[in-house]
Write a protein that binds this ligand. Structure first.
Ligand code: PMP
Length: 454
């Protein structure tokens, strides 16, 4: 008998066991009722009542290759029959090849890979490498950013998710990144925003003491804080500042990398080469947990003769690495990065612009690839958000109603504060994207009811 034959197989039983025994992330345990998912394929998943949802969330923006890709599933099944677990102290075929493929895709001389189980561990280790490489202690991170939920990564995070963990890791200082729609610098154009944000970073370094700063960590395109695409010139400016002061530039591409932005790495849009890139999610779409840091030769050499003091039992797990090899190969064979890029420029961008014209509550749409935000406002003139920052409970009602209106129509949305994000799998078809955007268009009437401007 297959030991998994005894798994609970009804919606009611799964919910009952979930409520009794599963402790959920980022949740008040009694206020949530997670939907049991029975099956999934491509860009859709289906619940136990047979309701099929088109997924505009990619789970947590990680299912870039979609669900149950037959070739990826077959490769994983094949590999698990060959080798199950090997400690990082051994070498392994899948790990070596995954590292080679990732190094080949990464820009510049980022040629070595330290594997982790996910994004937060990648960020932790990148910060540690930067500190040991420079002999300095501080890390600069942006407000409106998310870097993970472990001690250092959550401290680097610049949003309310950090509050519950404070005080956590000492030595992290926050600064404001560019966000033309809600500029911290009162800029009127993206060019001005770029210039002022770079000056603000220089000012921050001046008062912190640039010689005390090991690293600047930035999401290349900010993800869950609003899909903030940096203005042209900003990342090149950060690179220049890091070079000037001997600071390590860490690009957090846990969410933005591996096709999400229509490039293998989001920095490719601006031809910028960081010193370290943290990745996870899209590297194998979470079929098996995997993340890592791609490391420049210069930083890797720091640890040629000196021990790197860090490691994980499952670093470079063979099954996870085999799934990354298979996933990257499938991405290349099927042109999945190109699909994401084309859908962004030819379909999602233009269609969202039309939606913005039809709905007064849409303050701004922005993004690239399959990574877009629709930011909702009460008043287009003042940019007053449709719901308050960090709204929950009754305050979040308009966003909850919008999400419900999408779900009723078979679209699974991703909403955050006053935004709904359009973040489907990178393999989504044009027909599916148009269908989902059509549903979103209808559902946004709900948000318009809360609009108070003229
Ligand atoms: N960095 C970024 C930019 C992320 O979006 C996330 C996850 N949403 C993380 C780090 C943390 O990754 P994980 O949840 O795999 O630890």
């Amino acid at each position: 008998m297959n030991p998994l034959d005894g798994l609970p197989d009804t919606d009611a039983r799964i919910r009952e066991l979930d409520r009794a025994h599963v402790f959920h992330s980022w949740s008040a345990q009694k206020l949530i009722d997670p939907l049991p998912i029975a099956s999934a394929e491509g860009s859709h998943f289906t619940d136990y009542d047979g309701t099929r949802y088109l997924d505009f969330s990619s789970q947590l923006i990680n299912a870039n290759i979609g669900y149950n890709h037959p070739k990826l599933v077959a490769a994983i099944q094949d590999y698990v029959g060959r080798l199950t677990t090997i400690a990082p102290t051994f070498a392994n075929d899948a790990r070596s090849e995954a590292a080679r493929l990732i190094a080949e895709l990464a820009p510049g001389d980022l040629n070595r890979v330290f594997f982790t189980n996910g994004g937060a561990e990648a960020v932790e280790n990148a910060m540690r490498m930067a500190k040991l490489h420079t002999g300095r202690q501080k890390v600069l991170a942006a407000y409106r950013s998310y870097h993970g939920a472990t001690a250092g990564a959550i401290t680097a995070t610049g949003d309310p998710r950090r509050w519950g963990a404070e005080p956590a890791m000492p030595g992290i200082v926050h600064f404001w990144g560019p966000y033309p729609y809600r500029s911290a610098f009162h800029s009127e154009t993206p060019e001005q925003e770029c210039e002022r944000a770079l000056q603000h970073l220089r000012d921050t370094l001046m008062v912190e003491g640039a010689h005390t700063v090991a690293a600047i960590i930035l999401e290349t395109v900010v993800g869950t804080n609003g899909i903030l695409v940096p203005p042209d010139g900003y990342l090149a400016g950060v690179r220049q500042i890091c070079d000037e002061f001997g600071i390590v530039y860490i690009a957090d591409e846990v969410m933005a990398g591996f096709g999400r932005c229509g490039e293998w790495f989001a920095v490719d849009h601006w031809d910028v080469t960081p010193d370290l890139i943290a990745f996870a999610k899209g590297v194998n779409s979470g079929y098996v947990p995997l993340g890592g840091v791609v490391i420049s030769e210069r930083i890797a050499r720091t640890f040629d003769e000196r021990i790197f003091p860090g490691g994980l039992t499952y670093s470079g797990h063979p099954l996870a690495c085999a799934s990354a090899v298979a996933s990257i190969t499938i991405f290349k064979d099927e042109g999945i990065v190109e699909n994401a890029r084309r859908l962004g420029t030819e379909v999602i961008g233009p269609e969202l612009a039309k939606i913005a014209e039809r709905h007064p509550s849409v303050g701004e749409v922005r993004g690239l690839g399959v990574f877009w935000a629709v930011e909702l406002v009460r008043d287009a003139a003042t940019h007053a958000p449709l719901v308050p920052y960090n709204a929950s409970g009754a305050d979040a009602k308009p966003m909850n109603e919008l999400a419900a209106a999408c779900k009723e129509r078979g679209l699974w949305p991703m909403t955050h504060f006053n935004r709904t994000h359009v973040v489907p799998p990178c393999i989504i078809t044009e027909t599916e994207v148009r269908e989902g955007l059509g549903i979103l268009d209808e559902a946004l009437d709900v948000a318009d009811r809360y609009y108070e401007g003229n």
